[in-house]
Design a protein around this ligand. Structure first.
Ligand code: SF4
Length: 334
């Protein structure tokens, strides 16, 4: 569990990333603030379009065309990333901050052996003789538990199982010994086997290293099994954050409660991802009040006109618990 004494490796303040489109300015990330401690796993949870993946891409400064971070701060171990040049960012991506995707197909090139791809990742980080790079590639395959790495290093991706390819992708992601690893789980393509292999790999990486991990998911069940802290996003903003235990024991925001109701249990299988009707508001035409109001079962008149303040609650574990809802906690919001 995270504690206030651990050192902060990443501090994100009031991050705003907009997409400039024909429909208008899409406020994909609209004032996001959080920090990440060393060795901590932070879950960012929300449905499609909540801004969770765009937040991650903003950290890497890898935005789609028309996308721009218009303000805020992303501080990695004391260094501001938003003012770095593109060539400086290339030194950071893959080394100090790297990303691992759930789908190994999209990360590996079918025409090169996995050894060549690993060696290329290593060479970019630190040029070395081919023999040395190959030895390191074998060591990395061994570190992510690929059996018979001396032989496997010469395999093409199609000669490997899905689980093994995922391990190679994991190996590439940690080859630069990053401080922060971002693991992005797509909202679609829920192949249960691939998903469980992905979780297993991430858990092994967590145990073997002191990496700080940002885990992006739509699934509160996965958050419960993987994360120390969680941040719930809705329409570009954080609506609730706290330790996993506290959020599960004492959720405040109706959206968090709805996400939790979507977690399948042994007695209750959920066919739908979300148990709440409706869709989020268009991000180019946001309401002035609470963005969840049109879907909220307990919305009041006030919710329509005024965005709720962020309320800090006293959590028994001492980890900050915050929620942006007029009904959060016992606070008097006058
Ligand atoms: Fe629902 Fe109002 Fe809370 Fe928004 S502020 S989540 S509409 S009760």
């Amino acid at each position: 569990m995270s504690s206030g004494n651990q050192d902060t490796v990443l501090a994100v303040k009031d991050l705003r990333t907009h997409l400039f489109t024909k429909m208008g300015v899409v406020k994909a990330v609209d004032g996001v603030t959080f920090d990440l401690k060393r060795g901590e796993t932070l879950g960012i949870v929300g449905e499609s379009g909540s801004g969770k993946s765009m937040t991650a891409m903003s950290l890497f400064r890898l935005l789609p065309s028309g996308g721009r971070t218009v303000s805020g701060s992303v501080n990695l171990e004391g260094e501001e990333l938003l003012t770095k040049s593109e060539s400086e960012m290339r030194q950071i991506r893959g080394r100090r901050m790297s990303m691992i995707l759930q789908d190994p197909q999209s990360s590996l090139d079918p025409v090169f052996t996995v050894g060549t791809q690993l060696m290329e990742a290593l060479r970019i980080q630190e040029p070395a003789p081919r023999k040395e790079l190959r030895k390191r590639a074998v060591d990395i395959l061994r570190s992510v538990n690929v059996a018979d790495p001396e032989r496997r290093v010469d395999n093409y991706p199609h000669q490997m199982s899905g689980g093994m390819k995922q391990r190679v992708v994991g190996g590439i992601a940690i080859s630069g010994q990053p401080t922060v690893l971002v693991a992005d789980e797509p909202t679609t393509a829920l192949d249960v086997t691939i998903q469980s292999q992905y979780m297993e790999l991430l858990n092994e990486i967590k145990e073997a290293t002191n990496l700080s991990i940002i885990f992006i998911t739509h699934d509160m069940g996965i958050v419960a099994s993987m994360c120390d802290r969680v941040m719930v996003m809705y329409s570009g903003r954080i609506v609730e954050s706290g330790s996993v235990r506290e959020i599960f024991n004492n959720p405040q925001h109706p959206y968090t409660k709805a996400l939790m109701a979507s977690v399948p249990t042994i007695d209750r299988k959920t066919e739908r991802l979300f148990s709440i009707e409706g869709t989020p508001p268009p991000l180019w035409d946001l309401p002035t009040g609470c963005r969840f109001a049109p879907r909220c079962p307990v919305a009041m008149d006030r919710c329509m006109g005024e965005y709720p303040p962020t309320v800090s609650l006293v959590a028994p574990d001492g980890v900050a618990h915050e929620a942006a809802c007029w009904l959060a906690g016992d606070a008097d919001h006058e």
